[in-house]
Design a protein around this ligand. Structure first.
Ligand SMILES: [Fe+2]
Length: 238
C-alpha cells in the first residue's frame, strides 16, 4: 500500500490519537490495512489501541481469501503488506491440528487476530539455564475476531489450531519487521535461529525452496509433537 496518498494525522495530539473513543472500526480489510499504516507512522505505539483496532475489524473471508493459501503438511505464512517498512502484515493458514514450535519474536511487537476458526496459544517463560525444560505458564484460546498480543518481555509462545475438523486463519502484525527469530526445544530449552520467509506474497505463491527439505509437523492437538519434527513458526516457508 502506498502511503503517499494517505492523510496521516501526525500533528494530532498523542492522547487524542490513542483515545479509544476515537477508534473507528475498519469498514473492510483494506480499511484495516490503511488504518494500520497511519497508526504505525507514529513514533510510539499504544498496544491496547492496536489490539482494539484489529479486533474491531469484522472478519469477512471474501476480503482476505486471496492471501489465504493452505499447505497440506504445514501451516503457511502469506505476506499481505510490508507496512512502509514499519511492520509486516501476514496471513497464517492452519490446517486441522497444525501448530508452530515454541518461538520468540525478535524484540518486535506481535499482534495476532483470528480471521477464521480458533487458535490456542501456550505461553512459556524464557529458559533460565542451559538444559532446563520450558514450563507452560498459561494457555489461552482465541476465537474469530479476537486479537492476542505478545512480545519478548511477555515470554515465548506456541500457537496451534486445536480442531480436528476446522481450518483456522489468522492475521499477524510484526513491528518492526524481522528477518530472523529463535525457536526452542521444550525439553531442553535449546535455541535455534530461523530465517523468516513467506509461502506467498501479495497473493502470489513464492517459488519452491528450501522448505521442502525441512521437517514438517502436523500433530495431535492433545499431545506434544515429536521433538525432531518441531520447527520454527517464523521459518518454515520458502
Ligand atoms: Fe508467534
Amino acid at each position: 500500500m502506498d502511503d503517499s496518498t494517505m492523510q496521516i494525522p501526525l500533528e494530532e495530539k498523542e492522547s487524542e490519537f490513542w483515545d479509544m473513543k476515537n477508534l473507528r472500526p475498519p469498514v473492510d480489510f483494506e480499511d484495516l490495512v490503511r488504518q494500520l499504516h497511519i497508526v504505525f507512522q507514529r513514533d510510539r505505539i499504544d498496544v491496547d489501541y492496536v489490539k482494539a483496532l484489529m479486533a474491531s475489524y469484522k472478519s469477512k473471508p471474501s476480503e482476505w481469501k486471496q492471501f489465504a493459501k493452505f499447505d497440506e503438511f504445514r501451516y503457511t505464512r502469506n505476506l499481505v503488506d510490508e507496512g512502509n517498512d514499519k511492520f509486516n502484515l501476514i496471513v497464517l493458514c492452519w490446517n486441522e491440528g497444525q501448530g508452530s514450535s515454541i518461538h520468540d519474536h525478535a524484540d518486535a511487537h506481535c499482534f495476532m487476530k483470528v480471521l477464521e476458526g480458533q487458535l490456542d496459544e501456550v505461553l512459556f517463560d524464557w529458559p533460565t539455564e542451559e538444559g532446563s525444560q520450558l514450563l507452560e505458564k498459561q494457555t489461552s484460546q482465541f476465537k474469530e475476531d479476537e486479537c492476542a498480543y505478545i512480545c519478548d518481555d511477555i515470554g515465548l509462545h506456541r500457537v496451534e489450531n486445536p480442531s480436528f475438523t476446522d481450518k483456522a486463519v489468522s492475521l499477524h502484525l510484526y513491528s518492526p519487521p524481522f528477518t530472523e527469530c529463535a525457536s526452542f526445544d521444550q525439553r531442553t530449552g535449546h535455541k535455534n535461529m530461523c530465517k523468516v520467509t513467506f509461502y506467498s506474497r501479495a497473493g502470489k505463491r513464492t517459488p519452491f525452496g528450501k522448505w521442502q527439505k525441512q521437517p514438517t509437523v502436523t500433530f495431535h492437538p492433545t499431545s506434544l509433537p515429536p521433538r525432531s519434527l518441531q520447527h520454527c513458526c517464523e521459518s518454515e516457508d520458502n
